[in-house]
Write a protein that binds this ligand. Structure first.
Ligand SMILES: [Fe+2]
Ligand SMILES: [Fe+2]
Length: 320
């Protein structure tokens, strides 16, 4: 991948919420990968969080409401809701399942983790506002709006989110068990955030940008993607350090990836991606690229059976 220019990095890093509509989503995705070879320390990422934190109540959805009802077709709305509902539920799940990961690890890791939990809570509120104010789903509480969007979810939650719930339970028994942390980290930081979330971001945000629709969603979700850059960098650093500390952890990463790839594509219905300008094959290739780029940059090698499984990845759309 060509190096990002200094100006682009500065624009992605320093944009306020009001300036973020000028940022191209591809630059934010490049930014996720920019530091993977070097990988910033946990306190550097915490410091970046303090600078980049945004106020979810500052997002203005006025134009989005108009675009949603007047400019978008029913097909586009259906595809959009099918893709973003996995995120709506995914954000909530990780917000409540990250605290167990925060209990283990170094003090630096815990301090950083407090910021990621706050990010995920803010992302949950972002989707709550979007579904309430733009999609128009009913509900007095956050839970009621989640219940109202559940019928649109194509992710079955038997997949990576079910696996993560199981791994969080396992970690609860001993939050300092390194192998359990690595299994959890592979599912969450590498697959759910590094592959699924970034793919959904690329699909929905490039749709918004190409069509000039939904500026409130674009601002909030691009800021969310910048938060994800920190989450993925934390996760890749954690996995790399775990393998350096104990080479047997590489087996744990491989085993977890085997499980994930075995259940990959277990969705309840096919999302009509074509309405948003994407083919199934393009999404497959996007996911494969997101995964292999991270593994290569961080120096996690793969045995041939896993290479084969990766080349057979099927579209799956959720995130957190
Ligand atoms: Fe995240
Ligand atoms: Fe998130």
């Amino acid at each position: 991948m060509p190096e990002m220019s200094e100006e682009k990095v500065a624009a992605v890093e320093g944009s306020s919420l009001a300036q973020i509509n000028d940022i191209d989503i591809d630059d934010v995705i490049d930014y996720v990968h920019k530091d993977l070879k070097r990988l910033p320390g946990y306190l550097d990422l915490y410091r970046r969080y303090l600078r980049q934190r945004w106020d979810v109540f500052d997002i203005d959805f006025t134009r989005d409401v108009r675009d949603w009802s007047e400019s978008m077709t029913q097909e586009e709305r259906d595809a959009f809701v099918a893709i973003s509902s996995g995120f709506h539920h995914g954000e909530r799940q990780v917000e409540v399942e990250l605290p167990v990961f925060m209990l283990g690890g170094s003090e630096e890791s815990r301090i950083y983790m407090s910021s990621q939990i706050e990010d995920e809570a803010r992302h949950t509120v972002f989707f709550d506002r979007f579904y309430r104010e733009v999609v128009g789903l009913p509900g007095d509480s956050v839970q009621e709006v989640l219940d109202a969007s559940f019928e649109h979810v194509s992710e079955t939650f038997v997949g990576p989110f079910g696996l993560l719930a199981y791994q969080a339970d396992e970690l609860r028994a001993d939050p300092d068990d390194l192998a359990a942390r690595v299994r959890y980290g592979t599912t969450y930081f590498l697959w759910i955030e590094g592959v699924l979330a970034l793919s959904v971001m690329k699909i929905t945000l490039s749709y918004c940008r190409n069509r000039g629709f939904l500026p409130g969603y674009y601002a909030g979700f691009t800021a969310t993607c910048r938060d994800e850059a920190r989450h993925v960098q934390f996760g890749m650093r954690f996995l790399r350090e775990a393998v350096q500390q104990d080479p047997r952890m590489l087996q744990e990463i491989h085993e977890t990836l085997r499980t994930i790839l075995m259940i990959n594509g277990a969705t309840s219905r096919r999302v009509m991606l074509e309405a948003l300008g994407w083919s199934q094959e393009e999404v497959r290739r996007l996911m494969i690229r997101q995964l292999t780029m991270k593994l290569t940059d961080v120096g996690i090698g793969l045995p041939p059976d896993l290479e084969r499984m990766i080349s057979g990845i099927q579209p799956e759309l959720a995130g957190g």
